[in-house]
Design a binder for this molecule. Sequence first.
Ligand code: NCD
Ligand code: ZN
Length: 352
Amino acid sequence: MRLTIRRPDDWHVHLRDGAMLAAVAPYTARQFARAIVMPNLPVPITTVEQAIAYRARIEAAAGAGFEPLMTCYLTDSTDPQELVRGHAEGVFTAAKLYPAHATTNSSHGVTNVARITAVLETMQRIGLPLLVHGEVTSPDVDVFDREAVFIDRVLMRLVADFPNLKLVFEHITTADAVDFVDAAGSNVAATITPHHLAINRNAMFEGGIRPHAYCLPVAKRERHRLALRKAATSGSAKYFLGTDSAPHARSAKESACGCAGVFNAPFALESYATVFAEEGALDRLQGFASEHGPHFYGLPLNTGIVTLEQVATAIPDTLQAAGEAIVPFLAGQTIGWRFGGSEVDDDAAGRV
Ligand code: NCD
Ligand code: ZN
């Protein structure tokens, strides 16, 4: 079987910098027309100038035909005027809220949402979406409860205080998040990763500790995975594709204190197609991958198409990146789909 859909976008990806950027950007550019690029570099992207320079490095690494959509990393001291300027100049597509110390390179993140009230008011006014890493960071909260507690302690209040703020609850992992998003207004949406659709928390402990299944937010119980699958394949415009592909060298993952992140970019569409096929919802993949995101962000749909073929595909044990081995999601496994390439012309789009 052959599936043809409008060219998709990745609404949440980590492309890194330097040699790692050069190695991983082509995987994302091969499958996606655009991507929302996370700003959590070791020196975070907090200014318009940094974003312009980073965008140019990404374009150089990804090659022609790929459009990086830049995000601003919010800190306690973000100047609302920087967002206004970046938005007006077409540099910032969104801004990212990392609670301080929630995840990789988030030490400069926001310590308390109350500190960025002026920023949120401005974003609501100019229509700049807020992308939220939705986990509390208090050590007294169990790691598996951090998303659900974030909803109660932070998100409920945030959407009540800023009822017109466009908000994306990123990489959701719980039934609680699905319930929250379903009940919220059309200004609230969520991204869902391929790995949270495919694995539950057992994957981290299968026969021993499995660092390549560790990411943040951490995978949860099976009932949560099932709720995510239902949401992603529901056809609801509130849910769209965001891989959260987060490459780390194998040596940084297989360590006494391994980094969080799943590198799923090389077989991202194949992974999503597997889930949608299993759920009998292949007819809804195009909405999730190619339409709901642009509608939410107010951006045009892509022209052109990609094809996916139902053919057994072996995923390698490792790939090379920045002179080191890197382990892709589903390494060593065989999945039922193969990416068959893209056509970028308008004629192809007319056929979708
Ligand atoms: C991301 C990273 O490595 O930058 N890691 C992850 O597990 N997803 C950060 C993030 O999105 O939390
Ligand atoms: Zn991420």
